[in-house]
Design a protein around this ligand. Sequence first.
Ligand code: CMC
Length: 436
Amino acid sequence: MTPSDVKATLSFSDGSPSMELPIYKGSVGPDVIDIRKLYGQTGKFTYDPGFLSTASCNSKITYIDGDKGELLYRGYPIEQLATNCDFLETCYLLLNGELPNQSEKDDFVGRVTKHTMVNEQMQFFLRGFRRDAHPMAVLTGLVGALSAFYHDSTDINNPEHRKVAAIRLIAKMPTLVAMAYKYSIGQPFIYPKNDLSYAGNFLRMMFATPCEEYKVSPVLERAMDRIFILHADHEQNASTSTVRLCGSSGTNPFAAIAAGVACLWGPAHGGANEACLNMLEEIQAMGGISKVGEFMEKVKDKNSGVRLMGFGHRVYKNYDPRAKLMQETCNEVLAELGLENDPLFALAKKLEQIALEDDYFVQRKLYPNVDFYSGIVQRAIGIPVPLFTAIFALARTVGWIAQLDEMIGDPEYKIGRPRQLFVGAEKRDVAPIGKR
Ligand code: CMC
């Protein structure tokens, strides 16, 4: 990290000595004030619930300019990656810092492909779940269980173990997600077919049956691949921070990624695409486009507890660049499937148009995020709504691993251990039960 010539001075109105704090400059983006010595020198902590102003690490992987609506993986704009690269090239980039040349790509694809099968015993583990279990409950369990199957890649401090665990996780996530789906509908599991692309293989494992040949549609394959690219990483979001925090204790990579899956499940994070589609279906059931105005009034009423799902973002205060790409994919997929007049798509466009013109949204800088259109694309492909977040987890796995790997390789890394402002009861004595 590059220290800046400028320093911050912290002074106190009670006459306590002031303190000078170093400032570090990033390659782009805001500078950070280094407060690591604050407690040692002043006996005080900082208070920042939700990490609104706190950088928890330094990172070279992903950069977001929320005001411009810009997303870069290792410096490359998401728009260029989504149009010129496939998901496995993007994985290579996130993990290694550079895009692969042809032979590096062939080698990487070959290594991922060789690991697509899961230990046969995993299906007996899966069979322990109820068939109506939420796929994210199943996936949290299955990913955590990988650590019980692949003992030769569980030492997080061993770079070779981390490399193999990374390849295994990227390779096996599509297999696990498809297995969770097949189990929920009572169909036989479809084994991976390694002459297909990563996205094509996933579609086949999801939708093929042993009775018939399955032909992968190139448009749907490309759409799936784009969904994976757009969700691959997003700097220090809640699930990535969870993976870093979990991994900081030295736990194995599979356990750390399982923690990320669990965090992603929430509706304010990865669960938003599912929540968004449910919202569209609800408005449709209420009467569709004619009820949009009424619904928007509820969204703007703070007491209603209703939010416009797929809108707003902690970092983007402009159009989420992924939402634009996803809208483009949505048009392509709906045209391919002859669903151009899909009522939910029309409804989503109407909601977007109203929100972008409405003062409530304009003033708060609320724009569509990636989840606004990704649900419509996935539903059109035939993916059931509860599986949406599992697909997000599949795609985000590479980002989680890249970030975990970066953290372990950082000489400044320590176990994550936030402090607190304690506002509870002071020390007191336990009264005997009859006197409480
Ligand atoms: N609908 C209505 N009002 C909203 C919305 C929304 N979707 N999002 C934010 N607001 C309002 C909020 O009520 C608040 O208003 P006020 O200042 O009057 O109290 C203001 O905008 C700021 O909101 P916030 O909750 O303080 O912002 P945040 O940064 O803590 O939350 C968010 C970000 C993504 C959790 C939130 O925008 C949200 O709940 N959006 C809907 C869920 C969603 O689509 N999440 C997916 C995020 S993208 C996928 C990912 O990267 O995980």
